[in-house]
Design a protein around this ligand. Structure first.
Ligand SMILES: [Zn+2]
Length: 180
């Protein structure tokens, strides 16, 4: 579920992505649907009101990544707790639609966006409470503030994507060329 949190933050919060400004989407519902489907294929279409709520959730999740990136674990933990609280997150095994028993992290009667908020906050809580708490991050490339979760073996990831990694490499190569 951490990858859903990453997708929501990167798809639905303003800022910069890979050197380009992230502009508000023309059709928020379409963008929200695409964002969720990028992490959870087959997700149903998102309505306009749900999309607005998802944007708010994404903004609250972004705070967690930004706090971890500057080693402010207190802010990260308090923010996760606030989202857990507001979305009434709690684990419960459920079985429906012919699926086997599986774990849900939200109570009945919640909104779709609130339910994703509960699931994402729970996932971030597991990360923050474990030995890989510092694996959440914000891209360090110029003109990019997209977030990532570092699942590499040595935990040295610094960029949101290979695109940003290559941008920085190319810039460093050019800089060396000028000096030499
Ligand atoms: Zn980036």
């Amino acid at each position: 579920m951490v990858h859903v949190a990453v997708a929501l933050v990167n798809g639905l919060t303003p800022g910069e992505s890979r050197g380009r400004a992230v502009t508000p989407p023309g059709d928020l519902a379409v963008t929200a649907t695409e964002t969720l489907r990028s992490a959870y294929p087959g997700h149903r279409e998102v309505a306009a009101e749900e999309a607005r709520e998802l944007v708010e959730i994404a903004g609250r999740l972004r705070v967690v990544f930004e706090a971890v990136a500057r080693d402010d674990m207190d802010t990260a933990a308090l923010q996760v707790n606030a989202v857990l609280h507001d979305t009434r997150a709690r684990p419960m095994l459920e079985r429906h639609d012919g699926e086997p028993w599986h774990l849900h992290f939200h109570g009945p009667g919640g909104t779709m966006a609130g339910d994703w908020g509960a699931s994402c906050a729970t996932a971030l809580a597991v990360v923050l409470g474990g030995e890989f708490a510092d694996r959440l991050g914000v891209c360090t490339a110029p003109h990019c503030d997209r977030v990532y979760v570092d699942v590499s073996r040595n935990g040295t990831r610094r960029f949101c994507s290979t695109a940003c990694q290559n941008r920085v490499k190319t810039a460093a190569f050019r800089a060396r060329g000028r000096v030499g």
